[in-house]
Design a protein around this ligand. Sequence first.
Ligand SMILES: [Zn+2]
Ligand SMILES: [Zn+2]
Length: 439
Amino acid sequence: MTLLDDLSGYEFEDAIASLFRALDYEAVSVADRVADEGRDITMRNGDTAVVVECKHTDTVSRPVVQKLHSAVATYDAVGPKRGMVVTSGRFTGPAEEYAERLRANGDPHPIELVDGADLRRLGEQVGMDLYNGRIEIVCEETLPVGDPERVLVDAFEPVENAPTRAALPAPDVDVRYRPIVDAEAVTRATFETSVGVIHRIDRRDHLVVDADREGPSLAPGGAATLVGVEPMPIDEARSNHGGDVSRFGATESEYREWVKRRLCDRLERTVSYTGGNNVTYERECRPAPSDVRLGTVRSLYLPRVTAGVELGEYSHGYAYDAAGDRQLVREDRIRRCVHCDTSGADAASYTYCGNCGSINCETHTREERLTGDPICTGCAVIEQFFFAEKYFFDETNAERFRERYEAMPFYRKPLENPRLLAVVVGIVALAILLAVAAL
Ligand SMILES: [Zn+2]
Ligand SMILES: [Zn+2]
């Protein structure tokens, strides 16, 4: 009745392969079997070669064990060899007796039996959830969230006229733990024609895969710089910061295959070469998945932090991927003008408007005529004085300045429009010069 039974045969074999990898068996590979349907798993445990027969059936009877025993005997491998039958169901009495007899007789090719109950126990040991419909990666580790409050305060600091640290309200922080797979791969391939080697691949790649339910995709640039940070238990991170955990969308085997295919796509090249007959040819040089050897493949969580503060009518903040002190900003609502969406420039070129709470680019920032504080063009009360637009926090400030302007001596008023004043002075000076010249 457990959902393990809902797996297809292929998924079952992939899941079992992932399980053995997690149990530190080496060179675990799922191979197509020629003789009958299904696939075998071969792997190594120290110097012993192990052949695993997967049976995703309710019961496994003696002939299965017997057949594997002969297969192991003829299996081509160096050193000791043994077999293992793994089932999601159970073994019949005769099957168990047969395996027991091999062991008791000291047979050189013993067969180990692993039933559904054993499987779940092994799964729990390595944190794999064997109860769910898909054999999922259950991962206990996350990169550290760091200190979102400090990150936000630091981001505000360089913004012109920004509220002080003390005046900034406590940010709203939301953390989501997003599954990633961190894989290192070595690809070696040689492409030969009748004239010799035309192309060679020998390289190491580091890929970070977004592994949520949306399907695997390469994590946006820079993620590789985050995964170098020491991870921590996810329970600990959640007890400090809360947050939801997204689930892995595929099995480890599926991610391994995906990474290999992805690398093959990426490393494919069209190579031109000259044949013996002096004719130039082109050939597609595409590595095969078997040319890609995966080193460490780690599953872990990467916290996506959304931290924002409400200021006036606006909310400003960051969405970023966090790994302790390192952050990769994914959405920046601090270095962005709310009026024209200009974004990304140096934080110091943005100005906070204390009147409405917006952050603005230089074009959308003015000086409040009465107080001299910065104000944005969006919320300002605008009035003309000596043909120049003046900006005010509100009607009251405009009114107070109007009174002050009225009280000004006539020669002070033009100073409200220095540009116009300069032009007028220029024209007057020119007129005087011309008049003098005419004399
Ligand atoms: Zn702007
Ligand atoms: Zn404003």
